[in-house]
Design a protein around this ligand. Structure first.
Ligand code: MOS
Length: 750
């Protein structure tokens, strides 16, 4: 029997292309006659452009066009209300308004990228400037809206007879109150935003990195004022997304509009500096968590308030308590209260556990403070408050093994040897400490369409327009196809990243795998049913005139009436090159359950007593993420998530200049992310307990069409939820200093 590849450590199917440089990212695609664009950005944060001097740029070598705001030659249109979440609130170069520092105010197109960049440096502008709103204390304060999943933003649950969360807190034996501040952070995908637009009549083919190809093409069609079907988006290899490739930013519509106006393909690649203001960031915010508990640490009240930036130019509705404070612990009284302040900043966007990572930093730091206040061990404290139903919903989970994460993690890490007292372990210059935190991330089943095609050479093609941001999507599709069809992985060709394919699941919210896999199984079933139908109805078939119910499919072959043929042999006999079927999944899972992935993080740090430098020396993560499809990619996702958490805790920050509205960091030399030297070997353990509900009934491996791939649940972001708090809690344990405004830089530890 062909062993299913499900759960094994499988190399990326596109790995060779990537390591040999043969994989083409958006900017790598060639097109005959391409012209190159370069954008010019504003040097004020708010006001009106009074003039743009383009004369010097127009006279520079190789320059074809200089477009400047307001630009009548590049018509771009507003997008419909329903897709607002996938774009900014304005179309670039259509008016003279400046909405943030670093907005596009002009664009040069030239014969070469060097000429375009050179000429762009010659463009100057004058402004009528107004003071920007930049402080969370400044602007109009609005209540946050519901989450994209429809979850209400503000949640209040009160025990009978309790009037308010404040009353519940006041009635508690122990109260912990902690206020947090988090600066602007960035996605910093390796590949900067890049677009190649090629028109053919009134149709345009766009190469660009996109997490949701169908939404991206739809928004782009609206910006350009063409029919939705007239935009084909190709997004095969993508150098990271992390939320920053969900929307259509200003660059892609401008490149496409210029290509249309010029009658030539146009390529536009943003510089790293431009990416910092033109492709999103995580909103900065303040949070206040209040926990009320009994003397033995049983929670009586959880209150989580937040005030986050909402850029006027467009932004992410940040709900940091969502899925951390409103989900993680059992409590009779719960209040989440998110607010937003409208500021004149670049558009913000969902980023790497968008609500959950900042929210869990606050909640899980406060839980550590409660552990100190009550003298209860941090793991034991979490077990004492273990939720078996959602505290806000009352629903049980489809599958939850967080208690096992704590126990397995504590054992692997050696938690029991811990001395609870802070600043107790010293090794020469270094203070040693350990800390832990929980992780939770919602699992949403999104609509997905998958086509399975069997070919006459005994290979199969599995097609779905998902995007692989480097996460392993290509390989996941191949594994699910091989499992469903019972054929070797090498005989399955995955096709993704092209809106000409059946519309795939969005690569957001850690949901692409569990949304896609059930539809691969369904499409394989439907394709085999079609193969059987052809086997009994086609005149050339040896099974012609028999009953399809007598045929059995197994491991790439049909069997029946004493005869066996591979699907390739049958298709060859029939003279049919292939047979296919497409399955369409509507998304959604039974409403009586809650669906989340869970995890527990354990961290050891060393903090230098003299310099304040904090180094993470050990990290163990145990995650409950359903069935593992690809052990290698899964571990890699968890490791990446923890690295994000370490960056969040210790390094990542873009300081905002309050007077100018300028984000100070614009390179990877001043916006710091972890490098290899910052990261220890990370111990990842995945429980591999299939979710029996989220993706439908589990198979036992004996089905005609394999269902071993069912039971997966998202794992893309769970590693980044709570991991920053585990670092911060370890820093507190090492030093006795509690830092609530990340990043925990050396100056805060001296
Ligand atoms: Mo992700 S922040 O859901 O793209």
């Amino acid at each position: 029997m062909t062993a299913s590849p499900v759960g094994r450590a499988t190399d990326r199917v596109e790995g060779r292309l990537k390591v040999t440089g043969a994989a083409r990212y958006s900017a790598d695609h060639p097109a005959q006659g391409t012209a190159y664009a370069h954008v010019v950005t504003s040097t004020i944060a708010r006001g009106t452009i009074t003039g743009v001097d383009t004369a010097a740029a127009l006279a520079a070598p190789g320059v074809l066009r200089v477009y400047a705001a307001p630009e009548p030659r590049l018509r771009l249109y507003p997008v419909a209300e329903q897709v607002r979440g996938f774009s900014e609130n304005y179309a670039p170069l259509q008016d003279a308004d400046v909405r943030f520092h670093g907005q596009i105010i002009a664009m040069v197109v030239a014969e070469t990228s060097e000429q375009a960049r050179d000429a762009a440096a010659l463009v100057t502008a004058t402004y009528d400037a107004r003071p920007p709103r930049t402080s969370l204390a400044d602007g109009p304060r609005v209540e946050a809206g519901p989450s994209t999943g429809g979850t209400p933003s503000a949640v209040t649950v009160l025990a009978p007879g309790t009037d308010s969360i404040d009353a519940a807190l006041a009635a508690s034996d122990v109260v912990v109150e902690a206020a947090f501040h988090q600066p602007v952070q960035h996605h910093v995908a390796m590949e900067p935003q890049a677009t190649l637009a090629v028109w053919n009549g009134d149709r345009v083919t766009v190469h660009a990195g996109a997490q949701i190809p169908a939404a991206y093409a739809l928004v782009l069609s609206q910006r350009l004022g063409v029919l939705p079907g007239n935009v084909q988006l190709i997004t095969r290899h993508v150098g990271g997304g992390f939320g920053g490739r969900v929307p259509v930013w200003s660059d892609a519509p401008l490149a496409a509009a210029a290509a249309r106006e010029l009658g030539r393909p146009v390529k536009l690649v943003l510089t790293r500096e431009q990416v910092f203001t033109l492709a999103g960031h995580r909103s900065h915010l303040t949070q206040t968590v209040r926990l009320g508990a009994s003397n033995d640490g049983i929670l009586n009240a959880v209150s989580h308030e937040s005030v986050a930036e909402m850029p006027a130019s467009g932004g992410w509705n940040l709900l940091p308590a969502h899925s951390s404070s409103d989900t993680l612990y059992s409590t009779p009284n719960l209040r989440t209260d998110p607010h937003q302040v409208i500021l004149d900043l670049p558009a913000s966007r969902a980023m790497r556990g968008p609500n959950e990572a900042p929210g869990a930093f606050a909640l899980e730091t406060a839980m550590d403070e409660l552990a100190i206040a009550t003298g209860v061990d941090p793991v034991e404290l979490r077990l004492r408050n273990y939720a078996t139903v959602g505290p806000a919903t009352g629903r049980p989970w489809s599958s939850k093994h967080l208690d096992e994460c704590y126990r397995v993690g504590a054992r692997r890490f050696g938690w029991s040897e811990r001395d609870a007292a802070p600043r107790a372990r010293v090794d020469g210059q270094w203070l040693l400490g350990t800390g832990m935190a929980s992780a939770v991330y919602p699992a949403t089943l999104h609509p997905a369409n998958v086509r399975v095609r069997l070919l006459d050479d005994d290979t199969a093609v599995v097609s779905t327009a998902i995007s692989d941001l480097g996460t392993g999507g290509w390989t996941m599709v191949a594994i699910a196809g091989a499992d469903a069809l019972g054929i070797p992985l090498e005989r399955v060709t995955p096709e993704i990243g092209d809106t000409a394919l059946p519309q795939g699941a969005p690569a957001v919210g850690s949901s692409a795998t569990h949304s896609t896999v059930p539809m691969v199984v369904q499409a394989a079933r439907d394709t085999i049913a079609e193969l059987k139908r052809r086997a009994v109805t086609d005149a050339g078939s040896p099974w012609h005139g028999t009953d399809a119910a007598d045929l059995r499919y197994e491991r790439g072959s049909l069997h029946g009436h004493g005869r066996s043929m591979t699907f390739g042999q049958l298709l060859t006999t029939l003279g049919a090159p292939g047979v296919d079927a497409t399955a369409a999944g509507p998304g959604g899972a039974p409403a009586q359950y809650g669906y989340h992935s869970f995890g527990a993080h354990f961290c050891e740090v060393r903090v230098n007593r003299f310099t304040g430098e904090a180094r993470v020396t050990r990290f163990t993560t145990v995650a409950d993420v359903g069935r593992i499809i690809n052990a290698r990619a899964a571990r890699s996702q968890l490791v990446g998530g923890v690295i994000f958490g370490i960056g969040h805790a210790l390094l990542e920050e873009n300081p905002l200049e309050l007077d100018t509205g300028r984000l100070a960091a614009s390179t990877l030399a001043d916006y710091l992310v972890p490098v290899h030297a910052d990261i220890p070997d990370i111990d990842v353990h995945l429980l591999d307990r299939p979710d029996p509900v989220l993706t439908g009934p589990l198979g036992d491996g004996d089905e005609e069409v394999g269902t071993r791939s069912l039971g997966a649940r998202g794992l893309g972001e769970i590693g980044t939820v709570g991991s920053a708090a585990a670092v911060g809690n370890a820093v507190f344990h090492a030093t006795g200093i509690r830092v609530r405004d990340v990043p925990i830089t050396p100056d805060k530890l001296l």
